[in-house]
Write a new protein. Sequence first.
Length: 153
Amino acid sequence: MTYALNVNGKTHSVDVDADIPLLWVLRDVIGLTGTKFGCGIAMCGACTVHLDGQAVRSCVTTVADAASAAITTVEAIAETEAGARIQKAWLAEEVVQCGYCQSGQIMSATALIVANPAPTDADIDAVMAGNICRCGTYPRIRTAIKRAAGEGR
């Protein structure tokens, strides 16, 4: 079936099965490789993208379920005010170590500060719990989110 996907503000026509995960359409069909495969069961967060501004796991979201939404990937998140603040804070706090999980972390953090401009530690921990960082940069992630949130006030 052919779907017209709105990805990062551009329309992409893709001819794929309805049940293919959005992750694979983004990476293998459209060529946007910033969204990462981690676990395939929505447990690690590496594949996080935004559908109409909401953070979702693209490894378990079918292309059919995403077809009517505005899809934003890490390649375009800096075009949003909150995404630009998160990315700036990520660099300032030197969050990245190996970097593999960071696209998903950034996507979840951006959705968090849009929904909650002044998150507490508990708020951050609750939202970010679904994003695994094998390098253990969690304290720097929390600090970066607080920095980005503070710059938005």
